[in-house]
Design a protein. Sequence first.
Lengths: 316, 433
Amino acid sequence: MQRRMSLAGTTGVLDGIQAAAVPVRRRRLRLLPYALLAPSLLFLVLFTYLPVARVLVESLYDKPHGTGAATTFVGLGNYAKVLADPAFRQAALNNLIYAVGVLVPTIVLALAFALAVQRSTRFSAVLRTVFFFPSLVPLVAAASLFFFIFLPRVGLLDYYLAKIGLHGPNWLGDSDVALWSVIGLTVWKNAGYYMLFYIAGLQNVPRDTIEAAMIDGANAWQRLRFVILPALATTTAFVVVIALIQLLTNVDHVIVLTRGGPSNATNLLLYYIFQSAHENFEYGKAAAATLMSVAVLLAISLGSMRVMERGARGNG
Amino acid sequence: MRIGRLGLGALALSLATAAWPAWSQTKIDFFFPVPVEGKLAREMTRLVKLYNESQKEVEVVASYTGSYDDTKLKAQAAAKAGKPPSVVLMSANFNVDLKLSGDIISLEPMLKADETTREDFLKDFWPALHANATVDGELYGVPFHNSTPLLYYNVEHFKEAGLDPAKPPRTWAEMVDAAKKLTKGDRSGFMMPAGYDYLGWLMEALSMSNGGRYFNEDYGGEVYYDQPSMLGAARFVEDLIFKHKVMPQGVTEAGGVSTAFFAGKASMVLLSTGSLSFIRESMKTPYDVAFVPKNVRNAVPIGGASLVMFAGQSEDSKKAGWKFIKWLSSTDTLGGWSRFTGYFAPRKSAYDKPEMKEFIAKNPDAKVALDQLPYAKPWFATYQTVAVRKALEDEIQALMNGKKKADQAVKDAQKKADELMRPYAETTSLKLP
């Protein structure tokens, strides 16, 4: 950030000098960046900002399904309706449990994997592939696989549990267990992917600092806790942001495995939005719920970006 | 995100279809789902090709649009984008909602142009299908393929437990008795799918077998969840799990139930007649089928899909679409599709054809399913069909997980359903002069 600001400062000064010297060339120069940006801006506006604006407008109107009533402006009425809907509250709570439940083990595993395979030996190359493999499987395919793993009594999981004399629960059919089964699948799916970021992050941890810590007599745990982890703060902040976005925007496995059931126990926000719009004809409510989810995502992203900037400043 | 992608897909599709020259032929879009991918989609494509080659006026462009739910979504998205499909094979219990939302059109004008009446047109279709084909007294859908729930049972388990496989349980009492004898170790005497959609359908079967109706087939704003017929059905399910302990606790999806049946972990299962071909091909040990056991009377809900036409198309397109519907719902086409898929043919006359008689003789399990058809009743279709159904399903799932008692569950389900249907009631039955 600092670097960017100082750069901006220099161009400003340069612009000033050039403005006095060659005004025509300057104008052309000023247009050029916009011309270069135009294609992507156009698509960004068409396919991102315009739909957002439309959803915003749609969230303020209500057209009761099938009653012949006209579309009416209801202000924040849809938002109030969504917030009062127990199904929405449960989806929001589920999403929170799901996010924390996935995030913590995923990050711990990703870091552990990265530490285990960071040296480039032939064995760790194999291990990297093994850890990364679940990320290559599309979520829908992974969910279809886990359908058979989770099958009560005949599934793979219960088969092996039975070998050690344990009796598994109804993994996806018990409303107390189902969300945790979905969490388990997601951790399995994502940990290898975030490992990649940590491997990259670990390459940037200065060797000298680690060696200095070793000379000072720090043991492996202390080196991790006081040298490596602080140096990885930026990576972690980044991983948290993309993970949270993923956790709010991916519901493929919920659709394949439970469709939000039993009794809404695995219903997540995006699936709730889908149900409102496409099963229940409540477009206004769906739009309001969408905007609220996007607002939460934006807040999280902005917060984490600040952390990242701070990290970058600390490093640089 | 998902919506955006669908919109794009619809856009791409409409661009692709718009690029073709029209000539004098009328080109129409036909969207169709198939619950089982691959084989069935190819057969449908073959049928459409056959139709296109059989005449010159209409050219049908068939698009496979995924599951029932996806098909509804894609058809609505295409209509919103100004390019409605002419004909769609739609899950029959969406018809009320789609009529109310103005997505599909009445087929009465086509009947009139053909100088026929609804009664005449529907005469050859099984009586149970009439309610789902009509909304507010007008024809909106032409039945295409149908199914009902059916009891499948493991013949070897029956013998092992000292039961006669030639005499499957006919009543709830006999079923409980058999299930108790069949339950052994980690083997369940009875199982039924309890995921969304399937559970609503099976609860309808149980409440109907208990003398009930589940919903008001003439008016979209009423369901009978807290009535004795449904209460009894809910208590029955509760007892199967917690009192008789013949069914595992919690929810099992259809795939889990059929797998358990194949693996010998469930002796009796309730599944669709639409699964007949699948079970015939996958089951390694002998099995047989029977009517859904009754408590008060024999009755099962019908399920399936019908052909509907979307609003917003030109007169030419409507004419062409109707022509195609008539061909697709002809006795011969329906009969062939039925033998290929295992679904019922909705026309009674399809079963008078020699090739059908031969098929039934070869597959006695299909005969049992057919014999149950006269007891079939309409599939629930109300205002907010999916949400109203889910209101019951969420409660029954809670009951199956031991979180709620049957009496409370049906009461809560009724309350939620009434809330959902309230806006419709307000503008119809509660709107007084």
